[in-house]
Design a protein around this ligand. Structure first.
Ligand SMILES: C[S@@+](CC[C@H](N)C(=O)[O-])C[C@H]1O[C@@H](n2cnc3c(N)ncnc32)[C@H](O)[C@@H]1O
Length: 562
């Protein structure tokens, strides 16, 4: 789920207005029911480098505040606004906002009705075309925008459809942003996120970026999340009394167990979350009851794990046992049954099927969270892993950032040899188990625990016959990795990302080049062409998009792939 800690922006020049008095520092008074907001500070210097500074190579961080500032600037230019900071309302202020755009961070961006301040307001849970009442809580005068809480819709956009909302906590909980939007609208918006990411963060000339493909949707728009992690905070004062001073605080009542209230660090009680799978939702009920029954034993806050696990049983062998766990969800899958349960101990195993591939991992370990889209997603990768020319000669796969082997294993049959690499030794342990479960001998799928940045010096596979898959964490690749990847000269690269902004940054370097390597840095000087780009919606109802970029090494120039 999107962390509310990443939901907002700030800068060192932010100014609070209380009457005519200005403060050079953030002195937002706490709202009575809330803990302090996140410290939204970030380095002004970085923001001033709006175009990636290629002398530093990878400057974009991909954080929400960086992304938001670009969207605000674009809207400011589009509306041809003239900024008048003297016209800004005193805080806190309830104002009417006319929403103009949806930002890549999921908030609506709008202007105050009846004001000519030329200032932009970010309001969550809104749609372009809405007019809403919002409470402004923070000005970022230097960036010409302010943040506001959503209060109510005054006049709805024709695109808003409240009948689509399936969760009673929507517009309070920080998890989902788009339940009021038709799914086709969400997918279109996610395509625009990919487009804007490459415009704002790749540094590439527009002609170097192919038309972004339509976003591939999730077969399940609700009930798709195979993992949720609700939490509860400790008893009042528990932070100051961790037991070391002999005082153990206890709960007087069951605390709220759930997710953060949007824009705050306050946990709200969430009885049920409809984006979870049925097994996960059953697990949530059971865990909430377990915590409530044993609340006297807790002295601190905790995070609960809810991870779906699937048992595949041939239909002929399946018989509902009288003692069967009432929480189990039974799905008819043709010649077999899927019996789905919820695992709550992070060290217990959870099993997942992607088509007929089987993956067994510790329940607390990373695995993609939307099983329904994985067959489509892995098929797309299979269809794009090779160039369209039949004589490509590619026989080897390197799956950097392999985790427990999702791509190595689902692609392995296409290659003579596949190598998965991950920095986490426990993921590699699982990857080896998964290779065995899928009957892949070491000669066809091999895994090593290593830092991807150190990988290529040890690789023997001939680069002209090798495709490299990349699926790094949100922060993207680091410079050591990108430099080595370029020097290695793999013939093709498929880059999967859960943060399209850092992906755009990294691909900008693969296409425009790395200073001092090969043809050096300059527009189009790099050794790769960005062949295709497309978003996948792993997280319907939220502002997130996963993207897949495919790069092909240029045939010309280096003459070095022998
Ligand atoms: C987004 S996950 C992708 C995992 C896998 N591709 C999947 O889909 O299940 C990113 C993975 O990168 C790994 N990782 C992070 N930093 C790394 C590094 N420097 N070198 C190698 N792997 C790294 C993490 O352990 C994690 O498994």
């Amino acid at each position: 789920m999107a962390s509310p800690a990443a939901e907002a922006a700030a800068d060192a020049t932010s100014v609070e207005r209380t009457g005519q008095k200005r403060h050079a520092v953030d002195e937002t008074p706490l709202r009575s029911e809330e803990a302090p907001r996140e410290s939204y500070r970030f380095k002004t210097k970085k923001l001033k480098n709006r175009r990636p500074d290629k002398s530093k190579i990878l400057t974009t961080t991909g954080r929400v505040e960086e992304v938001l500032v670009q969207d605000v600037k674009a809207l400011f230019d589009k509306l041809n606004l003239e900024h008048k900071e003297t016209e800004l309302p005193e805080l806190p202020a309830e104002i009417q906002v006319s929403i103009q755009e949806l930002s890549s961070t999921g908030e609506g961006l709008g202007i105050q009705v009846g004001s000519d301040s030329g200032h932009i307001y970010t309001v969550p849970f809104t749609v372009p075309g809405d007019t809403v009442k919002a409470r402004v809580f923070k000005h970022y005068i230097g960036y010409k925008y302010s943040m506001a809480d959503f209060l109510e819709v005054t006049s709805p956009s024709p695109d808003r459809d409240e009948s689509l909302v399936k969760c009673q906590y929507f517009a309070t909980c920080s998890g989902c942003q788009f339940q009021m939007l038709p799914y086709s609208y969400q997918l279109e918006h996610k395509k625009s996120i990919v487009e804007k990411a490459y415009k704002n963060f790749s540094g590439l000339r527009p002609e170097m970026v192919p038309a972004v493909g339509d976003t591939i949707g999730s077969p399940l728009e609700y009930g798709y999340r195979t993992k949720l992690t609700p939490h509860f905070d400790g008893p009042p004062d528990s932070r100051r009394s961790d037991g070391r001073n002999g005082i153990k605080r206890s709960f007087n009542e069951v605390p709220p167990i759930g997710f953060m209230k949007k824009g705050t660090k306050v946990t709200i009680d969430i009885e049920d979350c409809p984006i979870g799978t049925d097994a996960v939702r059953n697990g949530n009920k059971r865990e909430r009851k377990r915590v409530a029954d044993k609340i006297s034993k807790y002295h601190k806050g905790a995070t609960l794990l809810l991870r779906e696990s699937t048992e595949r049983i041939p239909k002929a062998d399946f018989e509902v046992s009288k003692e069967d766990d009432a929480d189990a969800v039974i799905e008819d899958r043709g010649d077999h049954i899927h019996r789905k349960t919820c695992v709550t101990n992070p060290n217990d195993k959870s099993t997942e099927y992607v088509d007929d591939f089987k993956f067994v991992n510790p329940a607390g370990a990373f695995f993609q969270n939307n099983n329904s889209i994985l067959p489509i997603f892995t098929q797309y990768i299979r269809e794009h892993i090779f160039p369209s020319t039949p004589d490509h000669g590619i026989t080897n796969l390197i799956d950097a950032y392999s985790g427990s082997g999702l791509f190595t294993i689902t692609l392995s049959s296409l290659f003579e040899s596949s190598l998965g690499v991950d920095i986490s030794a426990s993921s590699i342990l699982s990857a080896n188990t998964n290779a065995t479960l899928n009957r892949l001998p070491e000669s066809s799928a091999y895994f090593i625990a290593a830092d991807a940045g150190q990988l290529f010096s040890a690789i023997k596979a001939p680069p002209a016959k090798t495709v490299v898959m990349i699926d790094p964490p949100r922060k993207g690749c680091d410079e050591a990795f990108i430099k080595q990847l370029i020097e290695y000269k793999a013939t093709r690269i498929v880059y999967v990302s859960c943060n399209v902004h850092t992906q755009a940054r990294d691909i900008g370097v693969l296409v425009d080049g790395f200073p001092g390597v090969d043809g050096g840095f300059g527009p189009g000087n790099g050794s790769y062409i960005l062949e295709s780009l497309r978003g996948f919606d792993f997280f319907p109802q939220t502002g997130h998009v996963e993207s897949v970029a495919v790069l092909q090494r240029k045939r010309r120039v280096w003459n070095d792939q022998k």
